[in-house]
Design a protein around this ligand. Structure first.
Ligand SMILES: Cc1cc2nc3c(=O)[nH]c(=O)nc-3n(C[C@H](O)[C@H](O)[C@H](O)COP(=O)(O)OP(=O)(O)OC[C@H]3O[C@@H](n4cnc5c(N)ncnc54)[C@H](O)[C@@H]3O)c2cc1C
Length: 317
């Protein structure tokens, strides 16, 4: 206990004393990849992460390049942390609570482990998935009975009986996408009935998606982990897999507080260098407008890290 306190104290002192080249908010695949690139560019980097990267929720990902048999999300995260450690980088457990500017040359972050000052900031803080009241949620995600992202794993449910809970903005798109893989796709509305245009209804009919008029009130699991959708009229529908399209909120408030522009769903707008509309403030991964994928987060991180290195004063050997 005493040793841990000493280590934490040392870590806070180290963070406080230095003007870092880059502060990275978030230690998911976006933040860790950027940190590894920046350490290899011989930059000083502080990575602060409050845990629970979405990557750690993935039972097996089959679409991240280089892993022909798939890779467990927590294992991939640990591999990325190990890779960062090879170049003298580390992740500090903590939360960045507030970000301000001090003149043109420095950002100041108030964090749960002390103040951090840095020349540039890279936000890789991800999104928060919308919730759904359901018992054994984590177990259901871990075994693939509940899945959150058809682009990630639609291929892996080929031929299965699938239920989809409609999201508000585009109620029919996910169900139709899943018809690429499955013959039996059933669409439910959440809580109240979604608004369907005539075109939506025609698309559902043409795609042979079954639409249940009575909205879903809850989802339960059978003993052998099959998801069951319960509707307001008392009916029950059992599936192999349910995709509850939950919606999400981007964790962009730190950037917004500095004046960064966002889309209508709070995702950050960035230029071709991954820089937000605030000079010196970069963003990558799910928090940025675009596709929520590991490969996207790591690709954007490579671009951002290289642009940040090129923008900072040269550091010759
Ligand atoms: C169930 C599931 C399955 C998925 N399957 C796949 C798949 O097969 N293939 C694929 O490509 N993608 C998949 N994804 C999506 C993928 O996980 C994300 O696209 C990816 O993790 C995004 O990386 P990121 O670094 O942007 O954000 P995250 O991985 O979410 O990391 C963000 C980190 O920032 C931290 N953070 C946030 N705010 C702060 C703060 N203020 N201070 C400190 N730390 C902070 C968070 O705690 C978190 O650790 C899946 C997602 C889920 C949920």
């Amino acid at each position: 206990m005493a040793t841990l306190a000493l280590v934490q104290h040392h870590c806070i002192m180290a963070l406080n004393d230095e003007l870092y080249d880059v502060l990275i908010v978030g230690g998911g695949p976006g933040g860790l990849t950027a940190a590894t690139y920046l350490r290899r560019f011989r930059r000083s980097v502080a990575v602060i992460d409050k845990g629970h990267s979405r990557l750690s929720l993935i039972p097996v990902s089959h679409n991240y390049p280089g892993f022909p048999d798939g890779v467990n999300g927590a294992e991939l995260l640990e591999r990325m942390r190990t890779q960062l450690r090879h170049y003298g980088g580390e992740v500090h457990d903590g939360e960045v609570l507030e970000l301000t500017r001090s003149g043109d040359l420095c950002f100041v972050a108030r964090t749960s482990i002390g103040e951090v000052r840095a020349r540039t900031v890279l936000l890789a803080s991800g999104v928060i998935d919308g919730g759904m009241p359901m018992e054994r949620w984590h177990e259901a995600v871990a075994c693939g009975a509940i899945r959150l992202c058809p682009v990630c794993d639609g291929y892996d449910v080929k031929g299965k009986k699938v239920g989809v809970l409609a999201c508000e903005q585009k109620p029919v798109n996910h169900a139709l996408f899943l018809r690429t893989y499955c013959e039996h796709v059933t669409l439910f509305d959440r809580e109240k009935q979604s608004e369907y245009s005539d075109t939506d209804r025609e698309r559902l009919q043409a795609g042979q998606v079954r639409h249940i008029a009575s909205p879903c009130v809850c989802v339960t699991l059978t003993d052998d982990m099959k998801p069951v959708v319960h509707t307001a009229d008392g009916e029950e529908f059992q599936f192999d897999v349910v995709y509850p399209m939950l919606g999400e909120t981007a964790r962009s408030t730190l950037a917004v507080s500095l004046g960064a522009e966002v889309t209508d769903c709070e995702k950050l707008l960035v230029d071709h260098k991954q820089q937000t509309t605030v000079p010196g403030l970069f963003a990558v991964g799910d928090v940025v407008r675009g596709l929520n994928q590991i490969a996207v987060a790591t690709g954007q991180a490579a671009v951002a890290a290289t642009c940040i290195h090129n923008a900072l004063p040269a550091r010759y050997a």
